[in-house]
Design a protein around this ligand. Structure first.
Ligand SMILES: Nc1ncnc2c1ncn2[C@@H]1O[C@H](COP(=O)(O)OP(=O)(O)OP(=O)(O)O)[C@@H](O)[C@H]1O
Length: 957
């Protein structure tokens, strides 16, 4: 149960409040009378023949207003308003509480001075007529009386001084403060802190009024402590609202924070306040009981921080307050002049300890925290009690039940059976916790596998179109770029201006607004280097207030440099838009890939066959995976499985596994990096095999080869496989050659692959990269670690095409692109493309597609056919490798297969390691080592341009 503290008025306060209210009402009445004033009405100075009063406030109203005009002239106009506003001001600001007879007299006196001053000024300055005195009787008589003495100027000066002094005395405001405020208002400066300005009038007021004779507690809050002291301080908390923080009702700072902030404001030298305030001081309050209220904390804050004359004992003389501040808590209560009586009311607790523990030096004027958090603890206690009671009842019931059972068992002579039952019951109780802890599995219909773990069955009918339709991609409306002409002109001017500040003279010649960035093309003055602008790109970005800008030193086909600034609203480039473009449709190459849109919004389509390998790098989250998916989907929309095959390596497991089982795959998506190395080795072997075929058919590349196959097939003369040997297959005759498909090897995180077998992988990639172009094997390697241990010199030298997404630093950018720029990209698919070793960079905003779209296209292909996985791509058989390794360890010993291999090489004339691998079913290492041994024995020459010659003739051996 919580008590709510409510305010009660003393009879005197009732009276004052009522009088002020009546005065305000009378003022309102006079305002109405003033607004309806007519000089024709009969009144104090006018006797009219008019039978009816025109004024809406009646005769009385007309009479009063006329009286004001007669007495004070024009100044009479303010009287109704003063009578209305002043009482309301007193009530609202609670100044009525401090209204004493002396103060009332002073205020009235001040007002009289003000009236005298103003009426005198009005009488002199405003025009008077025979019937109407501008300053009224008062102003007129003052002027008449004093004119002979001090003259016109003297009256003006005195009137002014009287007005000012009168205003200060009656309002209690400080003229200097008002002037300062006016100055601040004029100069638009911030005023002093609000607290200070709030408190000041009070302080000023106190200066005018002598210390109050009586000390009273007008409706102030008083608190009761748990420990009740015999003596306590009477407190005049003038504005109690400022010191009460109610947490739970109010979203402002929690009590602790308030206390903390008060602590910070409190001077360190001051001493702690141990003030126990008794509930008696709540004499002006009634206590209502209510059931449920949130936590209420009442903090008496550091009043001295606001007003030096004001402490919890505010009306005390200044010196006394200081003395009290220096006293200890005990002293404070003992020496206090004012005492509270103890009250037994159980009201909220005053918790001082937290304040003391946080700041032992806490001042007497520091905060006291009152916490009303009984509800929570009481509820908890009640809950606990209830639980214990229930447990007790249950135990009793059980005992009773067992007693009954025992009796019945005795009667039936079945005590043994009862024991068995009771034991079982006990053991059941014991194991029950384990049973309840187990998850509550429900049946999954017909399946034993949870729906979330079931493979998604694609029950799609085989599509009728030869290739997937673009309708599988979502149609996202193109958002319009909302940059205005004015904005562009303004930014152009700012760029020119800022460049001038850096001593670069340039003029904006062209502006291209793209989906993500806007490029300002500038003509530099002759003699100014473009690198000068590149060097100040960060300073320029800061000066122009852009997140980052990129300087394009060369714009192909234009004599300008480009400054690319990010657009306020970034557009997404949908993949559908790019694939649906003429650029992509009309590209002839089979391996054309759409990347996104360039700076002017034109689709960027690149040809993987020409690249011929691609390195993609960018920090995490920069859009690499989306970029790689864009490339794969571009291919999936235009190539059939027999034309292009994929080997996908995905150490992250989740990125490319969505393509599993599409018919383009040569093997399932590789996630094990050891197997991935084998896949690369297989590629090298395949490359060797293809070169043999190409050389046998005397063609230079895969296109020529495929054409030749087509040509002879069309003539009905299929070409027999020239490198087939009896025993390679079960066939009696060599099989006919078929067209070769392109192979695209995609590695999503190339760094992981390098970690597993760095040197080997580097060599394999280098070999593929050097030679694989002609035979149609292409690599796309992506990495998020653009460091030199991943992108080694060897790899860089062999992979000329690069794409850089956002990277962390200029150094990373240089590692990928051999120049800076990628560090200023904007992320989320923003990339720089450098094709085929060219130093020109194309800024591309990558196309975007959702995972659902990728899944739809993969499903579409899965519905069209099954993959024809090639056995053995992934088995390089580690055991075999390790066995090879062991064999290689004993130097000088020829391999067991040496003789057979030599026979094979001499009889067939082939020196290819891959053919040895295939023929003898050994791993790459072993085959290569046998070849090295043959070289040592002088049977074959050393490798030159990837080829060896046979030096020995058969009879030699
Ligand atoms: N072209 C794009 N347009 C719009 N948003 C994009 C684009 N590309 C990527 N994003 C956003 O960036 C997020 C991260 O992209 P993504 O997963 O491809 O990054 P990542 O470089 O592969 O990261 P990680 O290396 O950690 O896998 C995406 O979820 C997407 O919201």
């Amino acid at each position: 149960m919580i008590k709510r503290i409510t305010a009660h008025f003393t009879p005197k306060q009732y009276l004052v409040e009522m009088l002020l209210g009546l005065t305000a009402l009378f003022g309102l009445y006079l305002i109405i009378a003033w607004s309806g004033y007519s000089p024709l009405d009969s009144s104090w100075s006018v006797s009219s023949s008019q039978p009816e009063t025109i004024n809406k406030a009646g005769k009385l109203g007309a009479w009063f207003i006329d009286l004001f005009f007669a007495l004070f002239g024009h100044i009479g106009n303010i009287m109704p308003f003063v009578l209305f506003i002043a009482p309301i001001y007193f009530i609202r600001t609670k100044r009525r509480d401090s209204l004493t007879w002396t103060r009332l007299f002073l205020r009235l006196f001040g007002f009289s001075l003000l009236l005298c001053g103003l009426t005198a000024l009005a009488a002199l300055l405003l025009s008077n007529s025979l019937y109407y005195l501008a300053g009224g009787v008062l102003g007129g008589s003052l002027v008449v009386s004093f004119f002979p003495l001090i003259g016109k100027f003297g009256i003006l000066l005195s009137g002014f001084i009287l007005s000012v002094v009168g205003f200060i005395v009656c309002s209690g405001a400080s003229l200097i403060r008002l002037l300062v405020k006016f100055y601040y208002w004029l100069t638009m400066k911030n005023e002093e802190p609000a607290t200070e300005t709030e408190e000041q009038p009070l302080a000023e007021e106190n200066e005018f009024v002598e210390p109050p004779e009586e000390i009273k507690i007008p409706q102030s809050a008083v608190f009761q402590t748990e420990e009740k002291n015999d003596s306590a301080e009477e407190v005049d908390l003038v504005d109690v609202n400022r010191f009460i923080q109610i947490s739970g009702l109010n979203n402002e700072k929690p009590t602790e924070q308030v206390t903390q902030s008060v602590l910070q404001q409190t001077p360190i030298h001051s001493e702690p306040l141990h003030e126990n305030i008794t509930a008696d001081a709540f004499s002006g309050y009634g206590v209502d009981q209510i059931d449920d209220l949130p936590n209420v904390s009442i903090a008496v804050m550091d009043v001295t921080a606001h007003n030096q004359n004001f402490a919890p004992t505010a009306p005390l003389p200044h010196t006394q307050v200081q003395q009290q501040a220096q006293q200890s808590a005990v002293d404070f209560s003992r020496e206090s002049d004012y005492t509270f009586e103890r009250d037994e009311m159980p009201i909220p607790t005053v918790s001082i300890p937290p304040v003391q523990s946080v700041a032992p030096d806490f001042d007497a004027s520091a905060s006291i925290t009152v916490r009303l958090n009984e509800t929570e603890s009481l509820t908890k206690e009640a809950d606990d009690a209830e639980m214990t009671e229930l447990a007790r009842q249950f135990e009793e019931q059980q005992k009773q039940r067992f007693a009954e059972m025992e009796q019945r068992a005795k009667a039936m002579d079945a005590e043994d059976a009862l024991n068995v039952i009771l034991n079982k019951e006990e053991s059941a109780v014991e194991i029950s916790p384990t049973i309840t802890a187990a998850p509550d599995y429900k049946p999954y219909g017909n399946s034993l596998i949870h729906p979330a773990l079931q493979q998604k069955a694609v029950s799609k009918a085989k599509p009728t179109t030869p290739l997937p339709s673009l309708d599988l991609l979502e149609h996202r409306p193109t958002q319009a770029q909302d940059i205005t002409q004015e904005e562009i002109i303004e930014t152009s001017q700012r760029i020119e201006q800022q460049l001038r500040n850096f001593n670069v003279k340039a003029t904006v010649k062209d502006v291209l607004v793209g989906p993500v960035v806007t490029r300002y093309e500038l003509e530099l003055q002759p003699g100014v280097k473009a690198s000068k602008v590149t060097g100040i790109d960060t300073d320029l970005a800061r000066a122009l207030m852009f997140r980052s800008i990129r300087v394009a030193e060369v714009i192909p086909g234009k004599p300008y440099i480009g400054i690319e600034t990010p657009n306020t609203h970034r557009q997404t480039v949908p993949l559908r838009d790019v694939l649906d473009s003429d650029e992509f449709r009309q590209s002839k190459s089979l391996l054309s890939m759409a990347l996104g849109k360039d700076i002017s919004g034109k689709p960027v389509v690149v040809d993987l066959a020409k690249m011929p390998h691609l390195l993609v790098a960018g920090s995490t989250g920069s859009g690499k995976s989306v970029g790689v998916n864009t490339m794969i989907l571009s291919l999936l929309f235009r190539v059939k499985p027999e034309e292009v095959k994929f080997i996908m390596i995905d150490p992250k497991v989740v990125e490319l596994s969505i393509y599993n089982d599409i018919p383009h795959l040569l093997t399932e998506v590789v996630t094990d990096m050891k197997k991935a190395a084998n896949a690369l080795r297989w590629c090298v072997d395949e490359m060797e095999r293809r070169y043999q075929l190409l050389s046998a058919l005397r063609v230079r590349n895969i296109e020529g080869y495929n054409e030749k196959i087509d040509e002879y097939n069309a003539m009905g003369m299929p070409i027999p496989n020239p490198i087939w040997r009896p025993g390679d297959t079960m066939d009696a005759l060599p099989p006919a050659l078929e067209k070769l498909s392109y192979i695209v090897v995609i590695v999503d995180e190339f760094a992981d692959l390098m970690m597993v077998a760095g040197k080997q992988i580097e060599e394999l990639i280098a070999r593929l990269a050097q030679k694989a172009r002609a035979i149609g094997i292409h690599l796309i390697l992506a990495t998020q670690r653009p460091s030199v241990d991943v992108i080694t010199g060897l790899i860089k030298a062999n992979i000329p095409s690069r794409i850089a997404f956002t990277v962390a630093s200029k150094i990373d950018s240089r590692t990928i692109l051999d120049q800076g720029g990628a560090e200023a990209l904007l992320g989320r698919g923003d990339m720089l493309y450098s094709g085929q070793g060219s130093s020109d960079l194309i800024r591309v905003h990558g196309a975007f597609m959702s995972d659902d779209e990728v899944a739809r296209i993969a499903d579409d292909w899965r519905a069209r056919g099954k993959p024809n996985y090639i056995d053995g791509i992934l088995d390089g058989a580690e055991e075999e490798e390790s066995a090879d390794g062991e064999r290689g360890a004993d130097d000088g010993e020829l391999d067991d297969l040496f003789d057979q291999v030599m026979e094979f090489v001499l009889s067939t004339g082939t020196t290819s390691v891959s053919s040895i691998q295939r023929r003898f079913r050994v791993g790459f290492n072993r085959a290569a080592r046998i070849m090295d041994q043959m070289e040592e024995q002088g049977i074959v020459s050393a490798q030159q341009n990837g080829k060896r010659e046979i030096l020995a003739r058969r009879p030699d051996y």
